[in-house]
Design a binder for this molecule. Sequence first.
Ligand code: ATP
Ligand code: MG
Length: 252
Amino acid sequence: MRQAPQALSPDPAAAALSVRRLVKAYGGVRAVDGLDLVVHTGEVHSVIGPNGAGKSTLFKLLMGTERPTSGVVMLGDRDVTSLPAFRRARLGLAAKFQNVPIYQELTVAQNLFVPLHRKFAGPDIPGETELALARVHLAGTQELSARSLSHGQQQWLSIAMALAARPRVLLLDEPTAGMSMEESRDTGVIVKSLNATGVTVLVIEHDMAFVRQLESTVSVMHYGKLFAQGTMDDIERDPEVRRIYLGGSGDA
Ligand SMILES: Nc1ncnc2c1ncn2[C@@H]1O[C@H](COP(=O)(O)OP(=O)(O)OP(=O)(O)O)[C@@H](O)[C@H]1O
Ligand SMILES: [Mg+2]
C-alpha cells in the first residue's frame, strides 16, 4: 500500500491501528462484516463509503465505546479488543467525535484546562495552552468565550482538546461536517500539519474535496467490508466504487 509522503515514523511499515476479521452485528444487521484494515504508523488514512456502510460503527469499535461481536482491534502491537475506551486513551488513542462537548460558557483556555491538567503540571499549562491553540489555528483566542467561536473554530478547539493527551493516533469522525468551504480547507491544513509532527490520523469523512486535500490513503467501506483501497485518484477512477456510490443512497 502507498505510504503517505509526510510519514515521519521510524518504522513506517508498522501498523499504528488495525482490525482483523472485525464483525459487529446488531440483531440481523452486520454493520461491520469481517473487516480487515491497517492504518500504518505516520500516515493519514481516510475511510469513506456510502450511507450505512458501517463507518460510524467502525469508529466506535476502534474507540472502544462499542465491543465487536468477533474479531480483533490492535493498537500498535497490542490487542485492545477487550479494553474500554479510557484504557485505549491511555495507550495513545484519541478521538474527536462529531458532536463536540465543549463548554460554551467557559473561555477557550478554560475548555483546554480540563484535558490539559490531566497530563501537565499547573505551571506548564499556560504554555501548553498556547502551543495547543497554535496547532489548530486558534492562537490568541485563550480569553474568548467558546460561544463566540465560529462552528469551525469550535471543532478545532475540540481537536486541540483531543490532542491534549499527546496521542499517537487521532481518530476524526466527519471533522468538516457543517463547515464552510474555507473552514474545511483550513481543517485539511491543520490535519496535515498535525500529521507532520508524527500523529497518525484516521479520518471518517463524507467530504470528497477534503479527502482529496489530505492526500491520504483512502479505504472504501461497503456493507461492512473493505471494498477498495488506494489514493484518491485510484478510488475516483474505480468504476466499481462509482457504481456503489451512484447505486447507493445518493451519498456521493
Ligand atoms: N445501534 C444500532 N442498532 C441497530 N442497527 C445499527 C446500529 N448502528 C448502526 N446500525 C446499522 O448498521 C449499518 C451501518 O451503520 P453505520 O452508522 O455504521 O453506517 P455509516 O457508514 O456510518 O453511515 P452514514 O454514512 O449514514 O453515517 C446500518 O445499516 C445501520 O442501520
Ligand atoms: Mg456514520
